[in-house]
Write a protein that binds this ligand. Sequence first.
Ligand code: 6GU
Length: 225
Amino acid sequence: MRIDIITCLPKLLDSFFGYSILQRAQQAGHAEVLVHDLRDYTADKHRRVDDYPFGGGAGMVMQIEPIANCIRKLQAERTYDDVIYMTPDGERLAQPLVNRLSLAQNLIILCGHYKGVDERVREQFITREISIGDYVLSGGELAAAVLSDALIRLIPGVLGDETSALTDSFQDGLLAPPIYTRPANFEGWTIPDVLLSGHEAKIDDWRHEQALARTRARRPDLLGE
Ligand code: 6GU
């Protein structure tokens, strides 16, 4: 999967993708994340990418010209499955949408800033608008990082254990059950006996019960309750 992120704050994203699983995924060739500085695509001599809103009002608006230049250059080089705009008024991100998008080959993600982008960008270039929750961030960069992380870890081969993404919270519509590791007894705090039983079917049953109980207690909405 190739992800092209368009932003006016590239430094904010460079460090994020340089670490941990995301870096390994890129080094192993599973994913490629390219961060594009919007200021490289403006003809403005001060490299400005925003301007005052027509009709007045507070806040600046991201201009269409540098965004159009950048998206058109990328689209001339390859075909994109989606051109995504990160915005608080987009579709709320949840695991089913992540799963669907993880099948894409090439994605463009545009990060909004200031008051947002000129509406013509949304009308002419954007195929999908995504929000990461009902709160407002100062820019779309963190949201783009969240989306990219959620996508890249689903690419086969990225996680060490091929099955581990399947046992995530939300993948089966339930929260994940409790997990434990050594020691089995820490200062008298022990772990459930069933996990030491070696009985795989019983362990699976226990985990499912725990997942259900936890989901019912914390997120009854996931069970339709
Ligand atoms: Cl995608 N952008 C911004 N600026 N704020 C948000 C968001 C996105 N999702 C939730 N809050």
